[in-house]
Write a protein that binds this ligand. Structure first.
Ligand code: GLP
Length: 222
């Protein structure tokens, strides 16, 4: 799954070196990022024009907290691929005005977008980024109230801060990507997989909205 994901990113980069890559965190895309890191070590410069956009961020964890998406992306993408600050678009984990921060990121997407390639993971509850299951979804960047499942995510479950909210791209922001890869791996995802693969579109499984997009690669393990 990861190797295939890596080769898709490389192929896209070949046709567009300044690709705008939207990057999820979590365990699912880790192997894909490791694949890119290996290639960066072998052939320097391959990523010199790549631009990276952070998909989502916890609220309440500082920049340097190990569980933050910032820490994860810096360690697994930004530093190994030598992405300069001007090529990294991010929700600031230390922002105090979260609605304003979402508006700022929205503006950045408008200015630098559309997203060329969006790398997503499937949440245990069917979420995409922090677009959580519920009676409605939000189109644009917004502050999300995290479901209990998301509050128990491996990234934060052992930390002292217990985030209840997150900042995330909205479902429209994601669906406006030219191409999407969704990586489906990890335990306790049977129900989310069933909902996704049923082909029915419902806000109770935000990932099911990917059926509305005509260029999605769904890579599944297990
Ligand atoms: C977290 C992250 C998402 C990620 C999802 C799936 O909520 N904020 O960006 O895609 O969970 O995580 P995992 O791949 O670890 O199952």
């Amino acid at each position: 799954m990861s190797d295939h994901g890596t080769s898709i990113v490389i192929e896209e980069l070949r046709t567009k070196p300044n690709l705008l890559l939207c990057a999820a965190t979590g365990s699912s895309p880790l192997g894909l990022y490791e694949g890119l890191t290996r290639l960066a070590k072998m052939g320097k410069g391959r990523f010199k024009d790549l631009r990276v956009l952070k998909l989502d961020e916890w609220i309440g964890l500082g920049k340097s907290a190990e569980g933050s998406c910032e820490h994860y992306l810096r360690a697994n993408v930004i530093e190994p691929l030598e992405i300069s600050e001007d090529r990294y678009l991010t929700f600031d984990p230390d922002a105090h005005e979260h609605d304003e921060e979402c508006k700022r990121v929205q503006y950045q997407i408008q200015k630098n977008g559309p997203i060329d390639l969006c790398v997503l993971g499937l949440g245990k509850n069917g979420h995409l980024g922090f677009n959580e299951p519920g009676s409605f979804l939000q189109p644009n960047c917004h502050v999300a109230h995290l479901t209990p499942e998301s509050q128990q995510h491996d990234m934060v479950v052992d930390g002292t801060a217990k985030p209840k909210y997150g900042m995330t791209l909205g479902i429209r922001d994601i669906l406006l990507s030219k191409k999407i890869i969704i990586l489906v791996s990890g335990e306790e995802k049977d129900e989310a997989k069933r909902s996704l693969f049923s082909g029915q579109i419902s806000t109770t499984c935000p990932a099911s909205f990917l059926w509305l997009h005509n260029n999605v690669d769904c890579l599944v393990v297990g």
